[in-house]
Design a protein around this ligand. Structure first.
Ligand code: 6V0
Length: 332
């Protein structure tokens, strides 16, 4: 006997929106923060977790499934096998090797390349139309590696890049000015992390450009304060890691925000890692760097034409050169 008595002549249920599926590879601190934010924000119909450790990934899946009574209805699956990711609209990669004592950055990177060779081909094999969103560090180089391994057009391979750095920047400016961070527009571009470039002219609060306002008022000391804020942004990840061992919540929200823009075709502008060759006088090779890019269901739709000062352009090009130098030493 059926659980529900059927209602005569009831219209067959028709889905009001397209079914969506997100896969997260790497069920560590970052992967799980992303997964839980995606669930609470009702961003997908199916969520898949993949990790190489079977017990861990099954444990995480069960723990999330047990919250079903409090969450929007989402089918959650987990496996060590990539077949479970079949037909994903978005694949988020957070798997990464941990730096060993005394290990060089290049060696760590090469180990991550080896790891990506096991991850990217099966992901794209099971979801040939997916968008790849790379989070593992160093994110700019690994986004390039993922692009190379996938054979995808560059618009379907995105690195989370400086989306997180920019959100830290907006928080610190908002905190300093005692305003809401959502009313602060400010971009950090370039390489995620140490050599990131703050676009001072992009800062506006409630539509008022901050730098020209300060210049008009001849308030010079505030510029030093802004420099200090950028230094704090660069230092923030190190500070959180030294305090709690890893970062998770902010990157979780930042990546879930990108997932929303992509799957809901929001066409919003995010500073994310994209193939930067040809933009802002960046030449000399294929390099992924964060630039303010318009994102939607088709992936990267375009790069905005922000005005950069000569100094900012030079810093971007320096970042590109550093990344290219690292890339050229890799065996992909
Ligand atoms: P973690 O907690 O060690 O998680 C990594 C997970 O990857 C573990 O569960 C591993 O079992 C799993 N894993 C390893 N190899 C494979 C494989 N071949 N297939 C599937 N799973 C595998 O690390 P955490 O979650 O803290 O960080 C993950 C990555 O995100 C690191 O590279 C960080 O540096 C990077 N971050 C990037 C940020 C950004 O802004 N782009 C921000 C924070 C962290």
């Amino acid at each position: 006997q059926a659980f529900f008595r059927s209602i005569m002549n009831a219209a067959p249920s028709s889905p009001t929106k397209r079914h969506s599926k997100i896969s997260v590879v790497g069920a560590g601190n970052v992967g799980m923060a992303i997964a839980q934010t995606i669930l609470t924000q009702d961003l997908t119909d199916e969520l898949v977790l993949v990790d190489e450790i079977p017990d861990k990934v099954r444990g995480e899946m069960l723990d999330l499934q047990h919250a079903a009574a409090f969450l929007p209805r989402t089918r959650i699956q987990a496996s060590t096998e990539y077949s479970v990711t079949e037909g994903s609209d978005l694949c988020i990669v957070t798997a990464g090797a941990r730096q060993m004592n005394g290990e060089s950055r290049l060696n760590l990177l090469q180990r991550n390349v080896t790891l990506f060779k096991k991850i990217i081909p099966p992901l794209v094999g099971y979801s040939p139309h997916t968008i790849l969103l790379i989070v593992s560090n160093p994110v700019d180089v690994l986004t390039y590696v993922a692009w190379k391994l996938s054979g995808f057009p560059s618009n379907r391979v995105i690195g989370s890049g400086t989306n997180l750095d920019s959100s830290r920047f907006r928080f610190l400016i908002a905190d300093h000015l005692d305003v809401n961070a959502q009313d602060v527009q400010a971009y950090i571009v370039g390489e995620h992390g140490d050599s990131s470039v703050a676009l001072w002219s992009s800062i506006s609060v409630g539509g008022v450009p901050v730098l020209s306002f300060l210049e008009n008022q001849q308030i010079a000391y505030e510029k030093e304060m802004l420099e200090k804020i950028h230094k704090q942004v660069v230092h923030s990840a190190y500070e959180v890691i030294s305090l709690k061992g890893y970062t998770s919540w902010a990157i979780g929200y930042s990546v879930a925000n990108l997932a929303r823009t992509i799957l809901r075709d929001q066409r919003r502008v995010h500073p994310v890692s994209v193939l930067a060759k040809g933009f802002y006088h960046i030449h000399g090779g294929d390099v992924f760097l964060s630039l303010p890019a318009q994102i939607g269901r088709g992936g990267v739709l375009g790069v905005t034409n922000v005005h950069l000062t000569q100094e900012e352009t030079q810093k971007l090009r320096d970042s590109a050169t550093t990344i290219l130098h690292l890339q050229n030493q890799l065996h992909i």
